[in-house]
Design a protein around this ligand. Structure first.
Ligand SMILES: C[S@@+](CC[C@H](N)C(=O)[O-])C[C@H]1O[C@@H](n2cnc3c(N)ncnc32)[C@H](O)[C@@H]1O
Length: 373
């Protein structure tokens, strides 16, 4: 059995946990931003392709106490690197440390790298390694003096689904966007609307989930080039994911944005994502959208931040209030870095949740509507 670590941004651990349960995994431990479980190498393919909310999937190679650099060097060197790295593997070591005696990231990184090279030198009987072949990202994470040496099997973060050609300013990460959908009352029978949709991330993620399109189906992962992972695992997991796609249901999803350029991007992204038939996109100022009080779900990331003047923000909030505050049957969800959004929006808040978009703290303001009969 292998030890697999899944990282996620703070606040999304429970969503990863629910998906793991749905995928049939039973034993996993959850801590802040990290989920660990046991599995075999084929699980790396399944997890990378299917996990919607996670950041990365790691394979743990060793876990040990490291109180000084000598101990770190010896124990990193003990790992059978010759089974993992080819003589020309382009390996990169990254370090993290939390509440530990070894805290200099640069030293942790360089000492671990030296230990790996020294091990390879004895095995391959050469002194210089070209690093011209596949990328292998190695992560040394030390927490409370326990070091975990892992390989990043994902490569690019899992939020990169492969369908995004271009983005607007401040796009939402795809794994956060789908988390918002999962934290809302949306289900594929309901109408979903984003009136500040930008490049369409929330809506595209909602449609892909409703269609059961695995988030990683269109992209590649670093593990596909690792010599110790059978290529069949990726092929099989991809085939299984393809068979689960379901285009039978009709979806009712609308996105609008004041920027014609953003709408063009959103349409192209929806095409790339295989959900262009499921979402209608229109260029429209939010003040001009027409909404009926019909149990819709609104999930949006309204503009906020550097380039927006107070006056402009006030104007946008006026439109949001005018269009949405009285739609009692609608459930409304706003993700924004504006810590005072709930003061500006004149409806009683149901829940607020702290989340992160990349590294940036954002709040998810939730206003529950009446339940449909
Ligand atoms: C933070 S961005 C949304 C990003 C989006 N969630 C994504 O992932 O691409 C806010 C969007 O609001 C749009 N916007 C600004 N003022 C607007 C208005 N009055 N009506 C409609 N959209 C507006 C901007 O064009 C921008 O695309």
């Amino acid at each position: 059995m292998e030890k697999i670590l899944i990282t996620t941004s703070f606040g999304l651990e429970s969503l990863v946990k629910f998906q793991l349960r749905d995928m049939g995994y039973e034993d996993y431990q959850v801590s802040d931003g990290l989920i660990s479980l046991e599995g075999d190498l084929s699980d790396l393919a399944k997890l990378n392709i299917n996990l919607r909310h996670a950041d990365r999937v790691y394979l743990e190679l060793a876990s040990f106490k490291a109180m000084d650099f000598e101990e770190l060097y010896d124990k990193v060197k003990k790992i059978s690197w010759q089974d993992i790295l080819n003589e020309d593997s382009n390996f990169i070591v990254n370090a993290r440390s939390y509440k530990s005696k070894l805290f200099s990231l640069r030293s942790i990184q360089s000492i671990s790298e030296k230990a790996i090279i020294d091990k390879l030198k004895t095995y391959y009987k050469k002194n210089i390694f070209e690093k011209s072949a596949e990328r292998v990202k190695i992560e040394v994470m030390i927490e409370k003096n326990i070091a975990k040496v892992c390989i990043d099997t994902s490569g690019d973060g899992l939020h990169k689904r492969g369908y995004r050609e271009g983005t607007v300013k401040a796009p939402l990460r795809e794994n956060l966007a789908v988390a918002l959908v999962d934290l809302s009352f949306y289900n594929p029978d309901r109408f979903l609307f984003d009136g500040f949709c930008g490049s369409g991330t929330i809506l595209i993620e909602a449609a892909r989930k409703a269609r059961n399109i695995a988030p990683g189906i269109d992209r590649n992962f670093d593990f596909t080039k690792f010599n110790f992972i059978n290529p069949k695992f990726f092929k099989d997991a991809k085939k299984e994911a393809m068979e689960k796609i379901d285009y039978s249901k009709k979806l009712n999803i609308l996105g609008s944005d004041i920027s014609g350029k953003a709408i063009e991007l959103a349409k192209q992204n929806a095409i790339n994502a295989g959900v262009e038939e499921d979402i209608s996109f229109i260029t429209r100022d939010f003040g001009s959208v027409a909404l009926a009080d019909d149990y819709g779900i609104f999930i949006s990331n309204p503009p906020y931040g550097m380039r927006l003047s107070d006056l402009d923000l006030k104007e946008i909030y006026k439109k949001i209030n005018y269009k949405l505050a009285k739609l009692d049957t609608w459930s409304l969800y706003f993700i924004t870095a504006d810590e005072k959004f709930d003061r500006a929006f004149k409806r009683k808040i149901s829940k607020k949740r702290k989340l992160y978009n990349g590294g940036q703290k954002v709040d998810f303001y939730q206003y529950f509507g009446k339940k449909p009969d």
